[in-house]
Design a protein around this ligand. Structure first.
Ligand SMILES: [Fe+2]
Length: 185
């Protein structure tokens, strides 16, 4: 007989910008992001001079079958590589029928999406609920130089991730430092 998944919960810890309980943790340092920033030489130099963490992901794992929902908290550190703000690698879902929802919790972020030659951007503030339709590539950026950007995501367990496609079809818009704010180039 199939094992029954028990109901469960976790709590968002405001001080740590993390779930109080989670089943997996991943961090991405600058060394994990070769080729993602426009100025690769500067990225490499920053990797050699301390290799800072760019973002952290606290995930609740569930069985990877249709109907279940994965969810996580992502925290992107403040910082930039030669003016290009710290961001996630970005990905498409392997299963192009799978959408995703983001909920902004702390800080100021941008959600960059693209599908073919179409691009869309949503500013993410605390309380923003953003819907990423099926088939759109998505990446988040912390556009503050001073505080982390933290958001909650939930997506179908059968989505899968295609990171290579985000390298093969690079995100056309980049968020760069503009005084104490940002601009898209
Ligand atoms: Fe996703």
């Amino acid at each position: 007989m199939e094992k029954v998944l028990q109901p469960f919960f976790t709590i968002f810890d405001e001080n740590r910008n993390a779930f109080t309980r989670y089943s997996s943790y991943e961090e991405r340092k600058l060394s994990d992001m070769k080729g993602y920033f426009a100025n690769e030489a500067r990225r490499q130099q920053m990797e050699e001079q301390g290799n800072p963490i760019v973002y952290r992901v606290y995930k609740q794992d569930v069985p990877l079958k249709e109907g279940e929902l994965l969810h996580c908290i992502t925290m992107i550190e403040p910082g930039h590589v030669d003016g290009e703000f710290f961001m996630t690698k970005g990905h498409y879902h392997l299963n192009e029928d799978c959408a995703e929802i983001y909920y902004g919790q702390k800080g100021k972020g941008l959600l960059l999406m693209q599908k073919g030659d179409r691009t869309e951007t949503i500013e993410m503030n605390p309380g923003t609920v953003a819907y990423i339709p099926a088939g759109w590539g998505h990446r988040t950026v912390n556009v503050s130089q001073h505080e982390p950007f933290v958001f909650f995501s939930v997506w179908p367990a059968q989505s899968g991730y295609n990171y290579q496609r985000a390298l093969d079809e690079p995100f056309q818009k980049k968020a760069v430092v503009d005084g104490d704010s940002y601009k898209l180039v």
